[in-house]
Design a protein. Structure first.
Length: 231
C-alpha cells in the first residue's frame, strides 16, 4: 500500500467550500429536463476521474452503482445507503447501492439494478434508467460506472443486513448546491490526499437529528453529476 487509508475523514481539515459556484437551477432538477439531458447530453468533462493512485496491482475490474432519484412530491431525492459496520472494506461509509459487474449481467445497467435489488431490495419495476455518468476509478482498481435512474414511489426496501445498515434519502437540490461541498486535504509522510465531502443533517429523523458524512468516491461522483447538469 503506497499511502495510508483515511480512517476518520471527518477529522481531516477542511481547506475550502465552493460557495462561489452556482447551484443547479431548480428547473434542471425536473423530470423533463433530466430525461432530455441524458437523451441529448452536452459537451462536458467530469471534474474528478478517480481517487488517484491505486493501492493494489491487481487488474482493473468493472463495477456499477445506481444513483436512484426518488420522485417525491417536494422534489427529487437521492437514495443512499450506510454500509454495515461489520464489513471489511469501507465499513459505515455512505455509498450508492452497487458492486462488481458479474459475467451473467447483460449490461452495466443490469448490474446496477441487480445490485440494488440484492443490497436494499429495490425492485426494478419501480426504476427508470436515464443513463450513465463517466467511469470513476477507485484506489482498489474498480472501474465504476454510475447509472442514474428515476424511482417511482411506492417501493418497499429490504436491506441485506450483512452489507447495509441503513437506507435514507437526501434532497437532490442540497447535493447539487456547491456551497455544501467541502474540500479536505489529508497529509501524511511522503504525500497528501484531497477529497470532497457533502455533510448532511437529517433534521426530520425520528428523535434527534442524524448526521451523514458523504465523502470520497460517493461525493466525487455526485460532483461529476453536478457538472453534468450544469453544463
Amino acid at each position: 500500500m503506497s499511502r495510508p487509508p483515511i480512517l476518520d475523514p471527518q477529522a481531516v481539515p477542511v481547506t475550502g467550500l465552493d460557495a462561489h459556484l452556482p447551484p443547479v437551477p431548480a428547473e434542471r432538477l425536473q423530470l423533463s429536463f433530466l430525461r432530455q439531458r441524458f437523451a441529448h447530453p452536452p459537451q462536458w468533462q467530469a471534474e474528478i476521474a478517480g481517487d488517484g493512485a491505486q493501492w493494489t496491482q491487481r487488474d482493473p475490474a468493472a463495477a456499477a452503482v445506481l444513483l436512484p432519484l426518488v420522485m417525491r412530491e417536494q422534489g427529487l431525492s437521492l437514495l443512499l445507503t450506510r454500509r454495515s459496520e461489520q464489513l471489511r472494506d469501507h465499513a459505515g461509509q455512505i455509498s450508492f447501492p452497487g458492486g462488481r459487474v458479474e459475467p451473467e449481467d447483460e449490461s452495466i445497467e443490469a448490474a446496477a439494478l441487480r445490485e440494488a435489488e440484492e443490497e436494499i431490495g429495490l425492485s426494478r419495476d419501480y426504476v427508470e434508467v436515464l443513463g450513465q455518468l463517466p467511469v470513476y476509478s477507485t484506489v482498489t482498481a474498480f472501474q465504476v460506472t454510475p447509472v442514474v435512474a428515476l424511482v417511482r414511489p411506492g417501493f418497499d426496501l429490504r436491506l441485506d443486513g450483512m452489507e447495509v445498515a441503513e437506507a435514507f434519502e437526501v434532497p437532490l437540490h442540497f447535493l447539487m448546491t456547491p456551497a455544501h461541498h467541502q474540500h479536505h486535504r489529508f497529509e501524511y509522510a511522503g504525500g497528501q490526499r484531497q477529497f470532497l465531502s457533502m455533510p448532511w443533517r437529517n433534521s426530520e429523523h425520528p428523535g434527534e437529528p442524524r448526521d451523514y458524512f458523504i465523502w470520497g468516491a460517493t461525493a466525487a461522483m455526485l460532483r461529476n453529476f453536478y457538472r453534468f447538469l450544469s453544463a
